[in-house]
Design a protein around this ligand. Structure first.
Ligand code: ADP
Ligand code: MG
Length: 461
């Protein structure tokens, strides 16, 4: 039955457009395959799912507040930028743009807050935030299509009633709504939305889902890389952004969050974009608001109260999702937690200021690295976090060219958030849908693009 359902599932995924380009031909759509996904939907506690949705507008508000708080970003990142060159370079652009004075007046945030379900000693699960992604949060497109696939699989397996329980979900539509709103407020009919994309574009179909939603609204979309911006980009006297004479209203980054892609030309292109009047999603301040160092400082007692005065209920909802987070800044507090983690590494995750998966350290490796850097300033480029331990469940991970086998799995739930601010007024603030990713427990780190996790659909219990 499983074998038969898997064959149906793969064809359904291809039909529904749950697609990725292949590793061999990452820039051609002549040969494509299905994006990896689970055979079965995974059980998610309904109360935690609802909690994650209920706190999303609060997180939108918080990210937006952090992005506007120069003093907080300066203080929080001061130790990090002394040792982390990438964050330092982003920070320099941030300061440079502020000194010149912002030309941008409309702000668009698209983020994804990720959670795991921490299993307590008594077996009850709690919602714990892993991180919030403020740049290039992906899979809002492909995940719009996975519920249909899982609905069919459940029917094939004789679970018609269960199939009808799966929720509709369309983050791509919500993301496009935010982009369209920002485009409209920018106020130029002729201007386009520019997707800033990678050199290697395996995940193009995920982006196309959002692009198509914009075309449906008669908004023009172009896809450009940083090097195109370097070659074709320019600003006019009022810092409107043009690409070869074509005005750009919104720049939606699906690139720009890893240091490896930045040569000097790409840094120059990034600076040009940030200086422009175009709506950047995200602007550089919002990218910095998504660093792990900021996440750690947000968990300090009193910080949320300073950032969101007059919002005690939002603060309570936000704080209820925090796991233990610890600063490794030089001093007694950092010394103490470093020693604790070296003694008991399985309790923690060691995180550098990087995005995209595959950068965190766990277990013995965490111990070795921390042992080596514990007396050097280098340690302040990392933070420590309590390791979340979810209850595993069995599932089948369907991947092209891989045998069908059952795995012990854990899942990570992401909620997409979208907001638009014009000057000081928040004109849109929404949760835009969800993403469930599942991986085999032998992998400590995650990520679908990183080749570890696969797409999934929550089955609420
Ligand atoms: P990235 O920016 O690289 O995505 P994350 O903080 O999301 O960094 O971590 C990557 C992956 O590592 C997550 O998807 C999750 O699988 C795992 N992970 C991160 N933090 C924790 C944690 N505190 N406990 C357990 N697993 C974690
Ligand atoms: Mg992540």
């Amino acid at each position: 039955a499983v074998r038969e359902a898997a064959a149906v599932a793969v064809d359904a995924a291809l039909l529904a457009g749950v697609l990725m380009r292949t590793g061999e031909q990452p820039n051609a759509s002549d040969v494509v395959n299905y994006a990896p996904f689970t055979l079965l939907p995974s059980a998610v506690p309904r109360a935690l799912f609802e909690q994650a949705y209920a706190v999303q507008q609060d997180f939108n508000l918080l990210v937006d507040a952090v992005s506007q708080n120069k003093e907080f970003l300066e203080q929080t990142l001061a130790s990090t930028i002394k040792v982390d060159d990438f964050t330092a370079r982003l920070f320099r652009i941030y300061m440079q743009v502020l000194e010149e004075g912002l030309a941008q007046t409309v702000f668009l945030g698209i983020n994804r807050s990720d959670y795991m379900f921490d299993c307590g000693l008594d077996g009850t699960a709690a919602l714990r935030q892993i991180e919030i992604n403020t740049i290039a949060a992906s899979f809002g497109g492909l995940t719009s299509r996975t519920a249909d696939v899982h609905r069919l699989v459940l029917k094939v397996l004789g679970k018609t009633e269960e199939a009808s329980q799966l929720l509709p979900n369309n983050p791509a539509k919500g993301l496009a709504l935010g982009i369209a709103k920002a485009w409209e407020l920018y106020g130029s009919q002729r201007a386009v939305v520019m997707f800033l994309v990678e050199e290697v574009q395996r995940n193009i179909f995920d982006q196309r889902c959002v692009e198509n939603e914009l075309w449906n609204r008669n908004i023009r979309v172009v896809r450009k890389r940083f090097r195109d911006v370097f070659e074709q980009g320019s600003l006019d006297a009022s810092r409107r952004l043009y690409m070869d004479g074509q005005e750009v209203a919104v720049v939606y980054y699906r690139e720009g969050y890893v240091p490896q892609i930045y040569n000097e030309q790409n840094w120059a292109a990034r600076l040009l974009l940030e200086r422009s009047r175009a709506v950047k999603c995200p602007d550089i301040a919002t990218q910095l608001a998504g660093t792990k160092k900021v996440q750690q400082e947000l968990s300090r007692p009193g910080t949320l109260e300073k950032l969101l005065p007059g919002h005690p209920a939002a603060i309570a909802r936000i704080r209820a999702t925090f796991a233990g987070l610890y600063s490794l800044d030089e001093g007694e507090e950092g010394d103490r937690i470093a020693a604790t983690a070296i003694a008991d590494p399985d309790r923690f995750v060691l995180k550098p200021q990087r995005e995209g998966g595959g950068n965190n350290l766990y277990g013995e490796e965490l111990r070795e690295v921390l042992e080596k850097i514990k007396d050097s300033p280098e340690r302040t480029s990392y933070i420590l976090m309590d390791k979340i331990k979810p209850q595993p469940a069995l599932n089948y991970l369907l991947r092209a060219h891989s045998p069908l086998q059952v795995s012990e799995c854990i899942s990570e739930l992401g909620i997409f958030g979208v907001y638009v601010r014009q000057g000081q007024e928040l004109v849109l603030n929404q949760a835009a849908g969800h993403l469930l990713r599942t991986k085999a427990i032998e992998h400590a780190d995650g990520g679908v693009a990183a080749g570890v996790a696969v797409l999934d659909t929550p089955y609420l219990v």
